[in-house]
Design a protein around this ligand. Structure first.
Ligand code: SF4
Length: 191
């Protein structure tokens, strides 16, 4: 029996929810092994991400979709553990210490099972999935449900016609090239 489109939407939502729950559980296990909470691990990963801009407490809270006091508490714990320090010389509000960077490298291994599971999927299907997810993120961002989205589809440099194009980097953007966390991203409108 054929499924209705709405049923497909529901199954996609269910799948996203399952993946999100599994991803959080995998990261939480890695965090516990390092003596960190999930939020502390997420913060350390964000602070050490190559694509992350200099972020203060408010910006980090927006990225993690948690409150500023929650971020503040988690950062103080990371500072006490010697993993994070004020990043005055680097131009960043917070920067990871050598200890923090080593912990972050171990934490990032939580993604290995996910990467392996994706590895066997066809590239064309993954590119379509990426484009669909980014369109969904853009809609949620416009609706105020995702506060920070540094993606091509929410960027003022993105052109859709006659082909997907980045006006800053002056390059075509095939679905597989679309960025999720672009260092050069600038929002379409300043919210
Ligand atoms: S600047 Fe980055 S996010 Fe914006 S369109 Fe270009 S590649 Fe995409």
């Amino acid at each position: 029996m054929a499924h209705e489109p709405a049923d497909l939407d529901q199954r996609l939502m269910d799948a996203v929810e399952r993946l999100g729950a599994a991803a959080r559980a995998m990261l939480r296990r890695s965090a516990l092994a390092e003596g960190l909470s999930l939020t502390q691990a997420q913060l350390l990963l964000r602070i050490t991400a190559d694509t992350a801009p200099p972020q203060g407490t408010g910006s980090l809270a927006g990225w993690l979709e948690v409150s500023a006091p929650t971020v503040s508490d988690a950062i103080q714990t990371l500072v006490r553990k010697g993993m994070v320090e004020r990043g005055l010389r680097s131009g960043r509000a917070w920067t990871a210490t050598a200890i923090g960077r080593a912990v972050a490298r171990r934490l990032r291994r939580w993604q290995d099972p996910l990467r392996a599971a994706l590895g066997g999927q066809p590239d064309a299907a993954k590119a379509t999935a990426l484009e669909t997810l980014l369109h969904t993120i853009a809609e949620l961002n416009v609706g105020g449900h995702i506060s920070t989205a540094r993606t091509c589809l929410t960027c003022r440099f993105f052109r859709a016609d006659p082909e997907a194009w980045c006006a800053l980097l002056e390059t075509a953007l095939a679905p597989a090239d679309l960025r999720v966390d672009c260092p050069e991203h600038e929002p379409r409108t300043s919210a």
